[in-house]
Design a protein around this ligand. Sequence first.
Ligand code: TTP
Ligand code: MG
Length: 358
Amino acid sequence: MRIIAHLDMDAFFASLEEAGSPIFKGLPIAVGSDPKNGQGRGVVSTANYKAREYGIHSALPISKAWQLSQIAKVEGKPEVVFLPVDFERYNKAHEEIFEIIKKYSDLVEPASIDEFYFDLSFSKNYKEAKKICFRIKQEIKEELKVTCSVGLGLNKLIAKISAGMKKPDGFLAVPEKDAEKFLELLPIREIPGIGPKTEEKFNKLGIKIVKDLKKFSVEELHKMLGKWGIDLYYKIRGVDDSEIVENKEAKSIGEQITFEQNTLNSIYIGEAFENICKSVFKRFMTSGFKSFRTVGITVRFSDFETKTTAKTLKKPSSSKKEFELETMKLLLPYLDKRKNPKKKLIRLIGAKLEKFKS
Ligand code: TTP
Ligand code: MG
C-alpha cells in the first residue's frame, strides 16, 4: 500500500520574514513589490494569515493591499508591514526543510519552493505515518520557527489536496477507503489543473462539485478538455499513479519587474532588464545547476497583452554574456516596430533560464 505525504509551508515568504524579525511578531505582513504609499505597481507575493484577514493575498495588486492596510489602520488595527522579496533567505529555508524531511523518508520530491512530496509507504499504517509527519512538523517548527501543513493519502493528488484543507499548521490523512468520497464532495476547483476558466465552463453546465463531474464519460471529458480530460477522468476517481521524482530539477529560474510607469524608453528598459538578468544569473549560479539550454523573456504591454518568447541554444551554456545577449535579442523587437508596430507602452518585463543540467 502506498502512503504519500505532501507538505506545504504556511504563508511561506511572510512566515520566514516574521520568524526572522521579532519586531514583526504577530503583525500583518505582506511580501512583494514596494507599495510606495499606494502608488506602487506590481503585486503581493504572499501575505501572512494576519494580513489575509485584511483581504490581502498572493497576486493582489500591491496598491490594493496598501489601501486595505490603510482601511485597517482607520479601524484601529495594526498597519501591514510591507517587505521586499528575499529569495536567498527563502531558498536557504527550502534547503533546510528538504534536509529535515530527508531524515525521515528516502524518497523526497521538492515540488516548489515551499512544497514537498515524500514517500512513507514503509510505515505499517496511517497512524505510524502520521507520527512521522508530526515529527517533521515539530522539527521544522523548532529549527525554522515556521509552520507547515501536511496531507497523507494513497497518491500525490490526495496528499496535496488534504495538505491544503487544514491550513495553517494543519494535518489531514485521507485513508484509501475514504478517498473517493472525500474527492466527491470537493468543489471542482480543488482539483489541481482545474483553473478559473475550466471551473467557469463547468459551472455553466451546473457542475459544481467533483461528484457532478463524474457524470461525464472518459470520451466526453477527452472531447471537452483534450488529452488532459482523460487524466481528469481518472484523477477524480482517486486514481493517480504519478511517482515521486527525486532530484526533480527546477524547471526555470526567472524574475520580472513592473515599471513605475508604462514606458518605451529603451535606456530605461535596458537598465531594468540588465538588473533582472543579473539577479536571475546570480540565482542560477547558486542553484547548483551546471548549465542552461533555454533563455526566455516576458513582455507585458500597458493593455496587459503579454508575450513570452524563448530561445533554445545550440548547446548548453553557463555564460552570463550569452544569457544577456540572447535575451536582449529577444527583447529588442518589442521596443520597435518589428513586434510592437503600434508603439504600445510596456508595463512589465521579465527574463528566465530553463532546461538545466546538474
Ligand atoms: P503558496 O504555497 O501558494 O502560498 P503560501 O505558502 O504563501 O501560503 P499557504 O499557507 O496558502 O500555502 O506559495 C509559496 C510561496 O510562493 C509564497 O510564500 C510566495 C510565492 N508565491 C508568489 O510569489 N506568487 C504567487 O502568486 C504565489 C501563489 C506564491
Ligand atoms: Mg505554502
